[in-house]
Design a protein around this ligand. Structure first.
Ligand code: NAD
Ligand code: TYD
Length: 340
């Protein structure tokens, strides 16, 4: 049995964080999880209701940019690892209002790094993204040494956070690892992102808004494969390293949307081409051979299987997304798509 560990997960009420908490509590009987989450519009306690009373799970409502709060937690608990998922994560919102992205993604990460340094936390894992590398042409892959060339305020804030992690490693000798993953999909993803937006709209026979020509390419990874990669990095990753994580599943947005419509038996006439996103990255694709060579990881869920699982989850959890698609969400939707 693995040794006991206390993991401070930040942003655990979001999409990937909640999947990660389910994964870890399901796999390691003796690990403790402390989940620090601000419960922003996309932080949802429903994502964790099955583990809310788990004896090894503690939820703390709070902001990663709150120095006192972070210090208080790290002083009280003997944390072995911080896994920083907390972020403002939606590119379109970062175009609308970049400020909050800097506060949470940059300042918040620095506050956590400072706490980790002060309290000598043995390991810090920064959950980053392929978007820090910018955009690819029709060929080639991002490697860990591809220069950072972020194009959206979201990507720039994540790149800034990565650079701070690097600085804390170099300057203060902090033990830290950065993982950069491609586009995730799966259960509990907030329905502003492409896949859950399209599935939930199609289920309600609403239009499916595709930006530009729909030929932008993303490399899709099923969230459980991401969690499995993080589990390996957490236990066997080398401090100071960056690891790319990818899905080996490049698809154009149009292919993704057509696949969803086909599985749901809905007509392609629901598709509506809308004005493109400014600065829209054309293509992301990951070279994850380092993680494969060093830790023996590769994605296991084929896109065709993962998308079916995901669609079934959204069919079975209508209440979950219908509760979200009200009030503030509908205002956002109107602002984003109303006049597009
Ligand atoms: P999400 O938006 O679903 O969840 C973010 C969570 O962070 C929410 O629970 C929110 O309440 C919380 N949060 C936001 N600001 C906070 C703050 N100041 N203090 C504490 N908690 C705060 O995001 P996600 O899709 O689960 O992404 C998680 C992480 O993974 C992010 O860092 C993101 O950049 C990264 N990432 C995401 C993807 C993807 O495809 N979704 C891909 C690569 C990397
Ligand atoms: P998104 O899920 O926002 O992830 P990211 O921009 O971080 O990759 O978008 C995925 C792709 O889908 C991206 O090329 C933008 C496109 N897209 C649409 O065409 N329509 C939409 O309504 C949304 C939200 C995204």
């Amino acid at each position: 049995m693995a040794e006991d560990k206390t993991i401070l997960v930040t942003g655990g009420c979001g999409f990937i964080g909640s999947n990660f908490i389910h994964y870890i509590l399901g796999k390691y009987r003796n690990y403790r999880i402390i989940n620090l989450d601000k419960l922003t519009y996309c932080g949802n306690l429903d994502n964790l209701c099955e583990v809310a009373h788990h004896p090894h799970y503690t939820f703390i409502k709070g902001d990663i940019a709150d120095r006192e709060k972070v210090r208080e937690i790290l002083q009280k608990e003997k944390v072995d690892v911080i896994v920083n998922f907390a972020a403002e994560s939606h590119v379109d919102r970062s175009i609308e209002a970049p400020d909050l992205f800097l506060r949470t993604n940059v300042l918040g990460t620095q506050v956590l790094l400072e706490g980790a340094r002060e309290m000598e936390v043995p390991l810090f894992i920064q959950i980053s993204t392929d978007e820090v590398y910018g955009s690819l042409g029709s060929s080639g892959l991002f490697t860990e040494s591809t220069p950072l060339k972020p194009n959206s305020p979201y990507a720039a804030s994540k790149a800034a956070a990565d650079l701070l992690v690097r600085a804390y490693i170099e300057t203060f000798g902090l033990s830290a690892i950065i993982t950069r993953c491609s586009n995730n999909y799966g259960p509990y993803q907030f329905p502003e992102k492409l896949i859950p937006l399209m599935i939930s709209n199609a289920l309600e026979d609403r239009e499916l808004p595709i930006y530009g020509d729909g030929l932008n390419v993303r490399d899709w990874i099923y969230v459980e494969d991401h969690c499995r990669a993080l589990d390996l990095v957490l236990h066997r990753g080398k401090s100071g390293e960056v690891y790319n994580i990818g899905g080996d599943s490049e698809r154009t947005n149009l292919q993704v949307v057509k696949t969803i419509l086909e599985i749901l038996g809905k007509p392609e006439s629901l598709i509506r081409f809308v004005k493109d996103r400014p600065g829209h990255d054309r293509r992301y694709a990951m070279d994850f051979s380092k993680l494969q060579a060093e830790l023996g990881w590769r994605p296991e869920v084929r896109f065709e299987d993962g998308i079916r699982r995901t669609i079934n989850w959204y069919i079975d959890h209508r209440d979950w997304w219908q509760r979200i698609k009200t009030g503030e969400y509908m205002e956002y939707y109107e602002r984003m798509y109303g006049n597009r």
